[in-house]
Ligand binder design. Sequence first.
Ligand SMILES: [Zn+2]
Length: 421
Amino acid sequence: MPLESQLLTALSKEALERCDDLALLTEETGAITRTFLSYPMKQVHTLLSLWMREAGLTVRIDAVGNVIGRLEAADSRTVMIGSHVDTVPNAGKFDGILGVMLGIALAKAVHLSGLSLPFSLEVVAFSEEEGVRFALPFIGSRALVGSLSPDLLEKRDAAGVSLSESIINFGLNPFDLAAAKAKDLLAYLEIHIEQGPVLESKGLALGVVQGIAGQTRASLSLTGQAGHAGTTPMNLRRDALAAAALVILEVERLAKATTGLVATVGMLEVQNGAGNVIPERVTLSLDVRHLEDGLRKRAVAELLDFAWQTARKRNLAFSHEIKLEQSASHCNEMLSGFLGDALEDSGRKLFALPSGAGHDAMVMAQISRTAMLFIRSPGGISHHPNETVQVGDTRAALDVAYRFFEKIAAAPAVIWDANTR
Ligand SMILES: [Zn+2]
């Protein structure tokens, strides 16, 4: 039985109002900025605990400040739903936060409707995902999967406070870190705003996420010869910036010609650049993402080869450095199937898309099957105060999440054995 219409409306409205409430808890007046274990996070904990208890959950806070509400069943194996409650500087109200508020709404719906779950349910509010304070993203989910190694606790923020000191200052104990590791997770579901324009361009409220794209980040350097812009004839130049322009256009061309590939040159540094000097050395950034690792690696190799060829033809030196190589993380097919069925049962068109941005689900995939549901982002705007979400889309997301839980609750227990990550 899907959730009764009036309850669905009330709970999704409440989830949105709570996003407004949390937006008031900030480090900066006039803007939403809430980094890892900052003072406003204390107030966030108070509200989250209150709302989770009201939804029938037992609340605990782990060593890094993740707030977790649990509904215990006879089977202690757990299905988790959640996202993060920290923000980037000058953020919107919904990135991460809406996913947590909908997790609490889902738990409340289970509580009020009396839906019996054959597994324990947990709603998680990750304390940190954005990586702002310690230039270290996913502190919350890393703690849950057990990959926050002790050396990372020595990392320091801009004020010189170490990660372990920040935990102590907040009233938590870094020695409890090992206990934060999640046990017996059957599944992790994350609802998140898309933060991009795809769903809106398709006229769709929701989409099932296939996985999180892998990415390569590299730095490319082209070196020619500086010279006087007035005295050096065109045929005697070794202009590094003109070559870089060709590389940038090839990055765009290849990505446009390859389904699912996104590639960006976002930074260009012209060393000792001046209006009357032929550019000698240019460094450009390269960011390449795709859901299939093999395809991404091939694209990177092709682009590096193009840059090398271009340099050779123009008598320039070429070098590159790979800065980051991160594999794609695929959502679990069975869970995504249930999520897709739930979407169709709710009367919506099934649409699947990759995520070009990282999410906690990517980290959680190390220890659990994962599934993700995207909610349309009007204008594709995110990480900005103008970030919004439609009331109807939020209601639809809760509807689908509840139907998803009904489906996995009704499925034979053997599905969990048969389907590994
Ligand atoms: Zn987020």
